[in-house]
Ligand binder design. Structure first.
Ligand code: HGY
Ligand code: MN
Ligand code: MN
Length: 408
């Protein structure tokens, strides 16, 4: 097996050994002991090749190869190590290990590069611990202020900054990334869908990343006795929620060919078999690559909630958990990556990403591109997630060739 393939495999195995749910998918919440173990492994590997490590106030890790002009705008590559609960072994990890391996190749090959080359690990990409996705990259690019970051808490009431200090993380770069700091951002990621497989392509080049709105809808009724309360006398928020959730499915189908909406979490209080619920809360994740379509789908969901609750005499609140605008990635970078891919006798497939990525935030201040590898059966965010090592290694070769040329 090619040395590169072998090292990528060993890196992925080493990272995924840090897992809170062995045998039941990967669970690696940001700043958890498992996360710290995985991050420390990558940091140690970066230190072995002489990279300078800094950690910013939002927990993003950067390993820098300074280059001939260490103060110039850097070529950045990387992804994330946090996971959803019971997720897969490849989401985020593939982008980190290919960046690590490309950095090794640059150092071992004594490649002269003018610009700094950064390997980055973005914190809290999934939002699984602190409830807001793309949090590390949003804070690093100034979309989340230090005050907002300090106020964000996990389900146990531990704040983001307290969780960092509890994990013993020392911040040594409180700066925000500014235009001019980054020459380009490249991220390798699994596709997490079935488009590449359907097209028989080994490599996807992302033209746009879908926008996301994540909401939390709370509906308040009256908890009451399940046996003595006639149906006509009930204020049952779960009945309203059920109707809204069904309507959300139809709203997405009616909004646009690529619109998707998901209710992934629902809680019912007091959650007793013989008690009519008093309160129901559920999440809504809405996405589309066109801002107008996304916004009209969200507006329709809000209107549906208003109408349903007023008809039933129920009160409600809607909180926005997170938002990311749809982003078009750099045509220059896509053309450039396409040329690099074709030089390796592989025909890439241009596509939209339905999944959100940290690269969307970096695209606001630098030319950005994403290289996708196929996901078997399109599965992701589940233990069955799988991508072929040879596709990951190919993506690494393309990443390496691109970074060497961009940093020259
Ligand atoms: O939810 C997403 O799109 C990504 O996996 N965080
Ligand atoms: Mn991911
Ligand atoms: Mn993910």
């Amino acid at each position: 097996m090619k040395d590169r393939n072998n090292r990528i495999l060993l890196d992925m195995e080493a990272i995924n050994a840090y897992n809170a749910t062995p045998g039941n998918g990967i669970t690696r919440p940001t700043f958890s002991p498992e996360y710290q173990g995985a991050a420390t492994y990558v940091i140690d590997e970066l230190k072995k090749i002489g990279a300078e490590i800094t950690i910013c106030r939002a927990g993003n890790i950067r390993g820098r190869l300074p280059g001939a002009e260490p103060d110039a705008a850097a070529v950045m590559m990387g992804s994330h190590l946090d996971s959803v609960a019971h997720g897969g072994q490849f989401d985020g990890v593939v982008g980190v290990v290919t960046a690590l391996e490309a950095a090794r190749a640059i150092v071992e090959g004594q490649v002269n590069h003018r610009l700094p080359v950064d390997v980055v690990i973005f914190a809290e990409e999934e939002g699984s611990r602190f409830g807001r996705g793309l949090l590390g990259s949003s804070a690093w690019t100034g979309r989340v202020t230090p005050g907002q970051l300090a106020a964000i808490q996990d389900a146990q009431g531990i704040s983001f900054t307290a969780a960092m200090s509890n994990a013993g993380i020392e911040v040594d770069d409180s700066g925000e990334l500014k235009p001019g700091d980054v020459r380009a951002m490249l991220e390798v990621h699994i596709e997490q869908g079935a488009v590449l497989e359907k097209h028989g392509s080994r490599i996807g080049l992302v033209e746009a990343i879908a926008g996301i709105r994540q909401l939390n809808i709370s509906i308040h009724g009256t908890a009451d006795h399940a046996g003595t309360t006639p149906m006509a006398d009930r204020s049952d928020p779960l009945q309203a929620a059920a109707g809204i959730i069904l309507a959300i499915d139809q709203i997405a189908k009616d909004s646009g060919p690529h619109t998707v909406a998901t209710v992934g979490r629902i809680t019912c209080e007091p959650a007793q078999v013989n008690v009519i619920p008093g309160r129901v809360r559920f999440s809504v994740d809405v996405r589309d690559s066109k801002l107008k379509v996304l916004e009209s789908a969200v507006a329709a969901i809000i209107q549906c909630t208003k109408t349903s609750c007023s008809e039933k005499g129920l009160s409600f609140e809607i909180d926005q958990l997170s938002e990311a605008e749809p982003v078009t990635l750099s045509k220059n970078i896509i053309d450039f990556l396409e040329k690099k891919t074709r030089s390796m006798d592989v025909e890439p497939h241009r596509m939209i990403s339905g999944a959100g990525h940290d690269t969307a935030l970096l695209a606001g201040l630098a030319e950005a591109g994403m290289i996708f590898v196929p996901s078997r059966d399109g599965l992701s965010h589940c233990p069955q997630e799988y991508s072929r090592l040879e596709d990951i290694a190919l993506a690494c070769d393309i990443l390496l060739a691109a970074v060497i040329e961009l940093a020259a």
